[in-house]
Design a protein around this ligand. Sequence first.
Ligand SMILES: Nc1ncnc2c1ncn2[C@@H]1O[C@H](COP(=O)(O)OP(=O)(O)O)[C@@H](O)[C@H]1O
Ligand SMILES: [Mg+2]
Length: 278
Amino acid sequence: MEDLKRRAEVLMEALPYIRRFWGKTMVIKYGGSAMENAQLRDNVLRDILLLHYVGMKVVVVHGGGKEITEWMRRLGKEPVFVEGRRITDEESLEIAEMVLTGKTNKDLVARLWKLGGKAVGVSGKDGGFLIAKRQSGLGEVGEIEKVNPHILNILLNESYIPVISTIAMDENGKGLNVNADTTAGHIAGALGAEKLLILTDVPGVLDEEGNLISLVRFDELDALIAKVSGGMKPKLEACKIALLKGVKSAHIINGEVPHSLLMEIFTDKGLGTMIIGD
Ligand SMILES: Nc1ncnc2c1ncn2[C@@H]1O[C@H](COP(=O)(O)OP(=O)(O)O)[C@@H](O)[C@H]1O
Ligand SMILES: [Mg+2]
């Protein structure tokens, strides 16, 4: 009886948040080790399903860095990174696309199905969804120029969870690799999302002493982007892109902590780094 009462109370505590976010779009960038470890992965996917079933429009954008690197090694290619960004020749792009769209994406879609959800994998090539412009000096790499979210809206309106692999095309249909973080920012902006939530393998943005920075205002963002290194840079850039396009808040959270997504969305304080507009 006590247990049942407690359960009911927990649900009631969530009511204001469920009400506030019902029908709102949440773009979740999924990466880090929370994607590679089966247990951690299922925890995250269950949270995603819960958000979906309480009425949020959930869009998943996934990375796949480590798996791509692994397949490149198997095929005898050594990846090169500059500031967290991969340098990509034509063959590397093919491998990245095969792994991201063919494997990582379909694994996530099938896993969501197993856990009780209907997801559909979409790459930037589908329906002309992600149009990019080649970035000079990085090979077959582009920067998002245009997002045509129509295909996502069709899926969301029919209660499917879109799962996105970030391979884009230029205007001529030439495939280009794009950074998954910044692309998630563009997608959140194009969808008019309520939140962009970036799951990674650290508690959030850390300062020089390694302490978590809980709250960042938009006007502090450029200075912070200049300070962080590696994979955190494109994440903060993604937050900037999203906020500039009207997304209400962007969050960087630890996907390894069970239910970090729920704790971030269903509490005011949250547990990671929250970036808000001015
Ligand atoms: N100031 C910072 N705060 C937190 N993480 C940082 C910071 N600067 C660099 N990083 C690095 O960014 C990494 C997250 O990016 P990345 O490795 O690309 O993960 P993901 O797979 O989620 O994209 C962290 O593991 C950390 O090593
Ligand atoms: Mg990364």
